[in-house]
Design a protein around this ligand. Structure first.
Ligand code: ATR
Length: 276
């Protein structure tokens, strides 16, 4: 019997990653024979860790904080969406080549439009943040043909620089948070890392249109600070990023194995574990 194909997620820290459990569930459900591990890469040793993994027969890897930009530079070939994102979360190793892709943005759109049943076409979207997480979301959001996309960031110049990278796809407007006053959106996505520092975003009142969805890329036990604020503000619907996590994993699994697993039971089980 041959050994199962080997995959891993690389990050630092990595101990709490849910990716091994998610991919084990996908493999069991699709009958794929693979092993998927969590691997801690030294902060200054990501390339070496990948080289070692490839030499040991690794077939593919997911990449998480803080290595996504480095994984982009390490790739010999990049998908269009990874090049747009400037970041890679999915590596495939074949014939001596490192192919980089980014499934975060499509995972986000799949969670919102698919799982949450909130179609994006014709919607007014507000994206909060202008870092790597926001950048990965922009092209997939624009591909869904919203009425408009506005990026707001603490430092407005970063939002403007980010919007410029996508100007050839569609116009994207930008501002700081205070300048959002008087504006109204159907979908507000938090792609900042403010809550990691326990900080709230200084957002104006009345951002949410009737029936609006507040989406936080973060997730955790209980309500995130952004979703707490959104509830007080009267956002009709609210969702955290657990579904995005599962959907980006499903897209990586499809790239590697050619099968897209059913995400609903895996998401339900993760939700149960998170809330119990
Ligand atoms: P990531 O890869 O998670 O996007 P990042 O590239 O460091 O991480 O970007 C973090 C984002 O969160 C940025 O948009 C940052 O705003 P600035 O560009 O103004 O720094 C935003 N952010 C982090 N902490 C914040 C806070 N306390 N309030 C508002 N925005 C914050």
């Amino acid at each position: 019997m041959s050994a199962p194909d080997l995959y891993a997620v690389f990050g630092n820290p990595i101990a709490h990653s849910r990716s091994p459990a998610i991919h084990a569930a996908f493999a069991a459900a699709t009958g794929e024979d693979l092993r998927y591990e969590a691997r801690l890469a030294p902060l200054a040793g990501f390339a070496g860790a990948i080289a070692e993994f490839v030499a040991a027969g690794g077939r593919g890897a997911n990449v998480t904080v803080p290595f996504k930009e480095e994984a982009c530079r390490l790739s010999n070939r990049l998908s269009e969406r990874a090049a747009r994102a400037g970041a890679v979360n999915t590596l495939t190793f074949s014939d001596g080549e490192i192919c980089g892709d980014n499934t975060d943005g499509v995972g986000l759109v799949q969670d919102i439009a698919g799982n949450l049943g909130f179609p994006l076409s014709g919607r007014r979207i507000l994206l909060l943040g202008a870092g790597g997480a926001a950048r990965g979301a922009i092209a997939p959001l624009l591909a869904a043909k919203p009425a408009s996309l506005h990026i707001a960031n603490r430092s407005a110049d970063k939002a403007l620089a980010l919007a410029d990278l996508f100007a050839d796809i569609a116009p994207v407007t930008t501002s700081n948070f205070a300048e959002l006053t008087g504006k109204c959106f159907d979908l507000v996505i938090n792609a900042t890392s403010a809550s990691l520092a326990g900080e709230n975003l200084p957002l104006p009142e009345d951002l949410f249109a009737a029936g609006a969805l507040a989406y936080d890329m973060m997730y955790g036990k209980g309500e995130t600070p952004f979703l707490h604020w959104a509830r007080i503000q009267g956002a009709a619907r609210r969702a955290d990023g657990l579904g995005m996590l599962v959907e980006q994993a499903a897209e990586a699994f499809r790239i590697w194995r050619g099968k897209r697993p059913d995400t609903a039971p895996v998401l339900a089980e993760l939700r149960r574990q998170l809330t119990s």
